[in-house]
Design a protein around this ligand. Structure first.
Ligand code: PMP
Length: 786
């Protein structure tokens, strides 16, 4: 298991989108990549030559940890010439990229719980770097109408006694906003008054347009310089992203702290790159101005195109090479049945429909926007913007904006609970008194369910359980004198009690304590109903998944790990088969026939079923759900995780495949129309499942063998896809009492069942739906012959 830290942080979304665009290109798809965060120009020749020269001179060994003296001098010289700043070598550190300087700085500066103010939209790395140092990011949103600049008032309001630093990215990635000297001075007044540090990330310093004059935060005054750590590097200004050289300039004690941390993480930055960076900083600077002129031309063009899109606004950036347009007017619109809900959804749409890769604004803390990098050729800009504009024009206002009444309840308890199936009357009475005490008038729900003719009354203080209960079962007739056959208490909030279920058979009382999950309540109810109906009505239950084909029924019975659902739903995809029940069948014998009833009004359906039967997912949208996954961290679907293909990333508010614990209460008549579901069938075939790679796909079972398997759960060589099988009778997970009398009932039932049906053992490790079809045809004849 990886650490909480590693779990907590997400991979850089920019890298992810860029990787996706690259993978698409490798597949031959002509995708245009606006997600990149690096200049598309080659490193200037003089800089490359300096690198080659370093290799030729064998300058290929460890260097001083915090950078070679020559590089420090070059950094000092550049800061002096450009900003009039004076630094000593012990106030400078060179690192493996500005990202590395920033990481070491935050590690060196931030204690557990220290607050760091980050104006948003922000560069994605800042909050993660802070959280990796156990600091707390205080995100301060800036306004589009203020040009995404942090105002002194906003800064002041965010400062608390725990504030240690402000991260000021000037010019900004992703907005391109750049602070004038005057704007910086207003912030500096507050910084000094409140005595906080400023981490001034000035990596885009050289990339400024429209005669904007850049001022380093440290250059404002001698006092402010003592509170400022400038972060910069050669990546952006000299097209040297891959060379990995960044640096920090600041107070000696802070730089010394960084150096110690760096000495244990990366050691010195690449020796060759250090030499090349000396050339970059000391050598001729005209390549930079050529690049800036080209970026300005592209910015003007792209801005003009974006501003021409109806209902899209785009603030004019003064620096960096990104545009951050507001595309929120496209949200809730749809194309080909796909509704765009947020910037992730828009990014997905643009990738699919326009074949353009952009980064969703949400990654930078502002979901309304997307980030477009113009560090790409003019030709690509034209083509990509044409495509974006065309794709956006195809979006239609959703005819009916579907109200997502997911009704998804996340329960506190998510598993089954231990059951005491045979409590004494005295204990029952004491527990009931305890439960009744908790059921106040203000918070009490009561409802009589008719479960196969047995009336069960639920008394609960959990509204979610009441909701599910009412949906799950048909109502009992409303008659004043109707006495329920049994009562279930489901009560939460009992101090000092663990989640647990109790049952007393004499009084037909079920008690469920401190459990808000529906599974244990349904199970207890079914146990109670079986207890009543076997004796009173000679009706039995069978646990399995059943389908009907022209009036004849089949049931798949198998323990977990036999891929029962997979086989079942694949079978149902064939239109001849109709859904009968997905978990429990009530069975009685009538004139040599085995009558099987599906008795639930709405089926409790694991939402993972949509993996096998995709038509289910839209139906779940309109169903009451429990524990459906709404956050990617809770995803348990190995396929999605492996393919990095997450619905939630694409803006869907929920995922149905992601967790085994998620269920929906689904009206079975919704599935492909009312004709796809039957309430009653005559059972002809029993298919017991096993899962391995070697035994034959289908074996006809002798009655005695089948009986033994049903009664014990054992079968020679039985394996499952999830390891060894727990020896547990297949048929009765809801059976509460296992008294000898009860077991005898079950044995008699199975004997009679097997006398009147054909039983097969299916190895779902190798069998296909066709094997089941063949068995069925043996009895019913070829389809046409019937
Ligand atoms: N700061 C900002 C705002 C950036 O955008 C980037 C690169 N995307 C960096 C720092 C890191 O640059 P380097 O390549 O030097 O690590």
């Amino acid at each position: 298991m990886v650490s909480d830290k590693a779990n907590k942080i997400g991979e850089s979304p920019t890298l992810k989108v860029t990787a996706k665009a690259k993978a698409m290109k490798a597949e031959g798809i002509d995708v245009i990549d606006f997600s990149v965060g690096e200049p598309d120009f080659a490193t200037p020749d003089n800089i490359k030559k300096a690198g080659i020269h370093a290799i030729e001179e064998n300058f290929t060994k460890y260097t001083q940890n915090d950078g070679i003296p020559g590089l420090k001098q070059a950094i000092i010289k550049r800061l002096k010439e450009d900003q009039g700043l004076e630094y000593q070598p012990n106030e400078i550190i060179a690192s493996s990229g500005a990202k590395s300087s920033l990481y070491h700085l935050i590690q060196a500066l931030i204690n557990d719980g220290d607050e760091v103010i980050i104006p948003s939209p922000y560069w994605v790395t800042y909050p993660h770097a802070v959280s990796l140092a156990d600091g707390k990011s205080v995100i301060v949103p800036t306004k589009e109408e203020n040009g995404f600049l942090l105002s002194p008032e906003e800064l002041k309001a965010a400062i608390t006694p725990a504030t240690k630093a402000l991260i000021l990215n000037n010019p900004s990635n992703p907005t391109g906003a750049a602070y004038s000297r005057q704007a910086l001075e207003a912030l500096a007044d507050i910084v000094l008054a409140e005595d906080i540090y400023v981490i001034a990330d000035e990596i885009y310093e050289k990339l400024v347009y429209d005669d904007f004059r850049f001022s380093s935060f440290a250059s404002l005054s001698e006092e402010i310089k003592k509170k400022t750590i400038v972060i910069n590097g050669v990546s952006k200004a000299y097209s040297m992203t891959g060379w990995r050289i960044g640096y920090a300039a600041g107070p000696a004690d802070v730089i010394n702290g960084m150096a110690k941390i760096q000495s244990h993480s990366t050691s010195n930055p690449c020796s060759i790159s250090q030499k090349a960076s000396i050339e970059a900083l000391n050598g001729p600077q005209y390549e930079v101005s050529k690049m800036v002129a080209e970026f300005q031309r592209r910015r003007n063009y792209a801005l003009m195109r974006l501003q021409s899109i109806p209902d899209v606004s785009c603030h004019k950036p003064l620096g960096a090479f990104y545009l951050f347009p507001n595309f929120s007017s496209t949200f809730k619109k749809e194309y080909n049945n796909m509704t765009i809900r947020n910037s992730y959804g828009l990014a997905y749409f643009l990738l699919k429909e326009a074949r353009v890769a952009i980064v969703p604004g949400d990654a930078f803390g502002l979901d309304d926007c997307i980030r477009i990098s113009y560090a790409t050729s003019m030709e690509n800009l034209e083509k990509g913007l044409d495509r974006i504009i065309e794709a956006i024009s195809k979006l239609k206002i959703a005819k009916k904006t579907k109200h997502i009444s997911l009704n998804n309840t996340q329960t506190r308890v998510t598993t089954s609970v231990p059951v005491d199936p045979a409590i004494s009357i005295n204990i029952r009475d004491a527990l009931v008194a305890e439960m009744e005490d908790m059921l106040s008038y203000a918070n009490y729900f009561e409802w009589n369910a008719n479960i196969n003719g047995v009336v069960v009354q639920l008394r609960t203080n959990v509204s979610h359980l009441n909701d599910f209960w009412i949906e799950n079962w048909y109502p009992a007739q409303l008659e004043a004198d109707l006495e329920p056959h049994g009562i279930i208490y489901a009560v939460e909030g009992i101090p000092g009690r663990e989640p647990r279920a109790f049952y007393n058979s004499e009084t037909k009382t079920g008690i469920l304590v401190n459990t808000d999950n529906y599974g244990p309540l349904r199970s207890l109810a079914l146990g109670l109903v079986m207890d009543v109906s076997e004796r009173l009505f000679s009706t039995y239950t069978l646990r399995g998944m059943s389908a009907d084909i022209r009036g004849r029924g089949l049931v798949l019975i198998g323990p977990k790990g036999t891929k029962k659902s997979d086989l079942f739903y694949t079978l149902l995809l064939d239109e001849k088969f109709r859904l009968h029940a997905n978990d429990i069948l009530f069975i009685r014998f009538s004139g040599g026939k085995v009558i099987a009833d599906s008795i639930e009004r709405k089926l409790v359906m694991p939402t993972q079923a949509s993996k096998f039967y995709p038509g289910l997912a839209p139906l779940f949208d309109n169903s009451k759900c429990e524990n459906v996954v709404v956050r990617k961290e809770n995803c348990q679907d190995p396929d999605c995780l492996r393919l990095d293909d997450c619905r939630l990333d694409r803006g869907s508010p929920f995922c149905y495949k992601a967790s085994k614990k998620a269920v929906a209460l689904l009206d079975p008549y919704w599935i492909d129309g009312p004709a796809k579901h039957v309430k009653r069938t005559e059972l002809y075939w029993i298919f017991l499942l096993r899962f391995d790679s070697s035994s034959p796909p289908v074996v006809k079972m002798e009655k005695e063998d089948a009986l033994r398997i049903l009664e014990s759960g054992e079968s020679p060589g039985l394996r499952t896809s999830i390891g060894p099988l727990k020896n547990q009778p297949f048929y009765n997970p809801h059976l509460l009492l296992t008294t000898p009398e009860r077991i005898q009932y079950q044995k008699n039932f199975f004997r009679e069942l097997l006398e009147n049906t054909d039983c097969y053992m299916i190895n779902s490790g190798v069998a296909t739906v066709d094997d089941i079809q063949n068995v069925i045809q043996q009895k019913t004849g070829p389809e046409n012959g019937e």
